[in-house]
Write a protein that binds this ligand. Structure first.
Ligand code: C5P
Length: 232
């Protein structure tokens, strides 16, 4: 599985997104489309970016009863995205149903990865509000194990956890990691950050990079720098 940089296109409109992508001219970076853009513009924005030749990670984090998720995934499979995701919290039954829904009649399907615990959830809230008494890192590994046993391709995790996930669940089990910043960059609201070079050393398969590229005055140069550090 090739390492790659995925640009988080956290924009609220089609115009903003396409004018951002236009700056890349001939290059076709792998992009992430999240809830904001998808809910604002609908599935057509996915088709349009796909037609322009980009690979797409559709980050909608599904979580519902297995039957509903299966049917939703069946619809998403027709959008021809390359990667999509769900919450491992929905249980193995939901993840298995999702995989079934995502698989096209010809047997192909996008990669399916699971969110374990959101990075915005800390151990204190998990215990006090969700009544989960175990340490956060054990919960993350337990949910990652469930995703693997359901047949998923990998998890979203911190680059700092990527080595541990690979050690426990195998080198083939993908780690898709946000929270990446250049050594001389601003961390913003991300707490546990890593440089692209460090993420490569730890073994992330894909890094998801938003503002260090999208907010840079020269996003094309920032993307090239990120690729050089992470992919080499
Ligand atoms: O701008 P920044 O590089 O922080 O963007 C990171 C992207 O990864 C955002 O789209 C954010 O929603 C997403 N993400 C994250 N942490 C997670 C899961 C997704 O930062 N645990």
């Amino acid at each position: 599985m090739g390492k790659d940089v995925i640009i988080a296109c956290d924009f609220s409109s089609r115009e903003q997104t396409l004018s951002f992508l236009d700056r890349f001219e001939g290059k076709k970076p792998f992009v992430k489309i999240g809830m904001e853009l998808f809910y604002a513009e609908g599935p057509e924005i996915v088709r349009e970016i796909k037609r322009r030749g980009h690979r797409i990670f559709l980050d909608l984090k599904l979580c519902d009863i297995p039957n509903t998720v299966q049917k939703a995934m069946r619809v998403l499979s027709r959008l021809e995205v390359d990667m999509t995701n769900l919450h491992a919290f929905g249980t193995v039954a939901m993840m298995e149903a999702a995989l079934e829904g995502l698989t096209r009649p010809d047997g192909t399907r996008p990669l399916l990865i699971a969110v374990t615990q959101l990075t915005s959830t800390d151990e204190e809230r998990m215990r006090r509000e969700l009544w989960i008494e175990k340490p956060l890192d054990e919960v993350v590994m337990q949910y990652a194990g469930l995703a693997r046993s359901a047949g998923l391709d990998g998890v979203v995790c911190s680059p700092l956890e990527a080595g541990k996930v690979h050690a426990a669940l195998g080198a083939e089990f993908l780690t898709v990691t946000p929270g990446v910043r250049f050594a001389d960059g601003d961390a913003g609201d991300q707490k546990r950050v890593t440089t692209p070079a460090r993420a490569r050393e730890i073994g992330s398969d894909y890094i998801v990079v938003g503002r260090p590229i999208t907010a840079d005055p020269d996003p094309v140069e920032a993307y090239a720098r990120c690729m050089a550090e992470f992919v080499g």
